[in-house]
Design a protein around this ligand. Structure first.
Ligand code: NAD
Ligand code: APR
Length: 234
């Protein structure tokens, strides 16, 4: 049984819960130009559009449930407390709702807000607009979703890289391997000597860097992989 497991998830793990991915044929980027809603420049140019996009995403995320893949990862963590770190690119809260606790949202979270004036983060529910006051400084006109956009630095990168340097199993689930730094994690894990496994609907951009891969829907391949790990545990 591996003593230290790092798991990376992407939008694909939440697809079967009903949250669109980005780059599948019916993905978000087929409908919305990422430059309008996924860059600081887009927010500066049209904050109302960005608020509308995230208000819509927040409603979508809140209307769905964790699926068997989220629940299997929570089971793995509870079987090996302290040995499993889950790093997600997703801003939904499905991992927490499934029971995962040792979790990093490297791209932020849909239920957090950031004030561009005072820089403070706060929990956020419901609609957001430029009329929304910052819960910390009460300033109006500065609230944005606490989501990492292109050109911004993902959260807790030092903690993630330290975990990759010491892990002996790296699992990548439901991500296309399009976006860095997450797309490079498999190489960091390999150079640390970890066994690297991709569980995805189809080979990702980084497929060549993995020791093993199982392709299929996450709700099938993830529980099966976790059960095999648990059966081998002493
Ligand atoms: P995004 O900005 O990450 O998408 C940008 C798109 O443009 C991608 O196709 C990317 O390949 C390309 N791109 C442009 N500039 C790039 C650059 N400098 N480097 C690499 N690629 C670049 O989208 P977003 O704003 O992060 O999406 C909004 C949020 O919605 C994200 O944080 C995402 O995690 C979240 N989301 C979450 C879920 C979920 O929680 N399950 C599902 C879908 C989306
Ligand atoms: N089961 C498993 N994998 C799936 C499923 C499923 N049911 N459905 C889709 N997938 C896979 C797709 O084959 C694809 O490889 O999930 C992956 C989703 O890839 P993307 O849409 O690119 O999403 P993701 O990899 O999370 O994007 C990374 O890019 O847009 C930015 O910041 C955003 O966090 C996001 C980052």
């Amino acid at each position: 049984m591996p003593s230290s497991i790092v798991i990376l998830t992407g939008a694909g793990i939440s697809a079967e819960s009903g949250i669109s991915t980005f780059r599948d044929p019916d993905g978000i980027w087929a409908k919305v130009d990422y430059r309008d809603v996924a860059t600081p420049q887009g927010f500066a140019a049209n904050p109302a559009l960005v608020h509308a996009f995230y208000n819509w995403r927040r409603k979508n995320v809140l209307s769905v449930e964790p699926n068997a893949a989220h629940l299997a990862l929570a089971r793995l963590e509870s079987a090996f407390p302290g040995d499993v770190l889950l790093v997600t690119q997703n801003v939904d809260s499905l991992h927490e709702r499934a029971g995962s606790r040792n979790l990093i949202h490297m791209h932020g979270q849909h239920d957090q807000a950031l004030c561009n004036a005072c820089g403070k983060r706060s929990a956020w529910a419901g609609e957001m607009s430029l009329e929304s006051p910052c819960p910390a400084c009460r300033g109006v006109g500065h609230m944005r979703p606490d989501v990492v956009w292109f050109g911004e630095t993902p959260y807790q990168m030092e903690r993630i890289q330290a975990a990759l340097a010491g892990c002996d199993l790296f699992l990548s689930i439901g991500t296309s391997g399009n976006v860095y730094p997450a797309a490079g994690f498999v190489r960091e894990a390999r150079s640390a000597g970890a066994r690297t496994v991709e569980l995805n609907l189809e080979p990702s951009q980084g497929a060549g860097y993995f020791d093993e891969a199982e392709h299929g829907p996450a709700t099938r391949v993830v529980p099966r992989f976790v059960e095999r790990l648990l059966q081998r545990a002493p």
